[in-house]
Design a protein around this ligand. Structure first.
Ligand code: RNT
Ligand code: ZN
Length: 417
């Protein structure tokens, strides 16, 4: 039955010049980075105390992971329900210490991530890494790399440098380049007296971090911008203009766009082709902002589809590093991971099954009425049948059946925590 449905869908797409077999093969090899922090509401293992830095995970669904074993187990469950190629995305706050050991963030070493490296290698995944400039007592007055206090700034610069060394270790061990993303929640709740000073200090701090020697083929640093955060409503040091300009003027540094980090009327889908005109490579955090940077689970919605389409039709699959970034504590966390990952994959499949050559031709020949008509017709094409084929070939459940696994895991594992 499934096979027949795939065959008929394939024929239909072929009438528009779309090769669905090729689309499926391509999708199998696109790595998507899975953020470990959905599993524990961005808590991490290296500190007590709340999540800070202008971000917030809301909800208290039972069963959150409270240690590395639980988090790994949950990740494994989620991964088993996702088709396609995965990469692991870690934060420095997920360092694993020996019994009784505690190392502050400026002194972290590769060995504190060895367990994660083993985990990734056993599953043939690369790793992306993030220094953690939040949820820590050395965040002074909400500031880290832009702090006017030299001791504070020095501490966080040392943290960044340690993370470069750890990223290089991860890349060497896994054989896959490590995307190292710098994001801070630095900013002010109310109107500052000096907007440039913090930015000059932030610039200098990132430059010092990047002065740590590393192999540019192994470590790819990026800078993530943000428009505002909770408690940081008036001014963000790492604004869009700041990070874009930084990346543009520092060889090897990539801009990272998180689609929750712009004004609600701005679209990252439109920004992707703009940046690809200038940067050899860019990075993305894929999320779903609801009115603000709420980090809801990614869905197969219009803007998600549009972002995927831009990557595909700009021939950007090799130039855009894709990572998921959401954290919902109000629903089953493993289901959240799975829904978000599968949604982004569907968006990529949808993009790969779009007749981009044909549509571009229509645009260039001013056949805009026809283009609008065809874009609408395509919306009701049987993408679900292509998706089912892709899932079957990838050895995962193509339909809602995967949720049975979630229910079972919740009953047997999560509810006993
Ligand atoms: C916060 C940024 C940042 C974090 C993660 C945990 O607004 O999006 O990327 O979500 O680093
Ligand atoms: Zn982000």
């Amino acid at each position: 039955m499934n096979v027949e449905r795939y065959q008929s869908a394939k024929k239909l797409y072929a009438t528009l010049g779309v090769d669905t077999d090729a689309a499926i093969e391509t999708l199998k090899n696109i790595p998507i980075s899975i953020h470990c922090w959905q599993g524990d509401d961005v808590t991490g293992f290296d500190h007590e105390g709340p999540l800070t830095g202008g971000i917030q995970a809301t909800g208290n669904y039972p069963g959150k992971a409270t240690n590395v074993q639980e988090l790994m187990k949950d990740l494994d469950k989620a991964i088993s329900l996702m088709p396609g190629k995965k990469k692991l995305n870690l934060h420095a706050s997920y360092a694993v210490f020996e019994e009784g050991e505690h190392v502050d963030r400026d002194k972290l070493e590769p060995k504190h991530f060895q367990k994660w490296v083993d985990f990734a290698k056993e599953r043939s995944m690369g790793i992306d890494f993030n220094p953690t400039f939040f949820s820590h007592d050395k965040v002074k007055d909400g500031l880290t790399l832009s702090s006017p206090d030299d001791k504070t700034r020095k501490f966080w610069i040392e943290h960044g440098k340690a993370c470069i060394r750890i990223s290089q270790y991860m890349a060497k061990e896994t054989g896959v380049p490590c995307i190292m993303n710098i994001w801070t929640g630095d900013g002010y709740k109310d109107i500052p007296a000096d907007r440039m000073g913090p930015r000059l200090r932030y610039k200098d701090s990132i430059e010092q971090i990047l002065s740590e020697p590393y192999d540019k083929n192994l470590v790819k640093p990026c800078v993530e911008s943000k428009v505002f955060g909770i408690g940081v409503e008036a001014y963000t040091v790492g604004s869009s203009e700041f990070t874009l300009s930084f990346a543009a003027t520092h060889d090897g540094c990539l801009p990272l766009m998180d689609n929750g980090h712009y004004h609600p009327t701005e679209f990252v889908s439109d920004k992707i082709p703009s940046l690809l005109c200038f940067f050899p490579e860019i990075a993305l955090h894929i999320t779903r902002p609801v009115r603000w940077d709420s980090d809801h689970v990614v869905l197969f919605d219009d803007e998600t589809k549009e972002m995927a389409k831009e990557i595909v039709r700009c021939n950007g699959l090799e130039r855009v590093y894709m990572a998921l970034d959401f954290f919902d504590a109000s629903i089953n966390r493993i289901a959240a991971w799975t829904i978000g990952f599968r949604s982004w994959q569907k968006a990529l499949l949808n993009a790969l099954c779009t007749p981009n050559v044909l549509f571009t031709e229509m645009q260039n020949q001013e056949r805009l009425t026809e283009l609008m008509m065809m874009q609408e017709e395509l919306k009701t094409f049987p993408l679900g049948d292509i998706w089912a084929q892709y899932c079957n070939e990838s050895g995962v459940c193509p339909d809602a059946g995967w949720f049975e696994e979630i229910k079972k895991y919740e009953e047997e594992v999560l509810n006993n925590r």
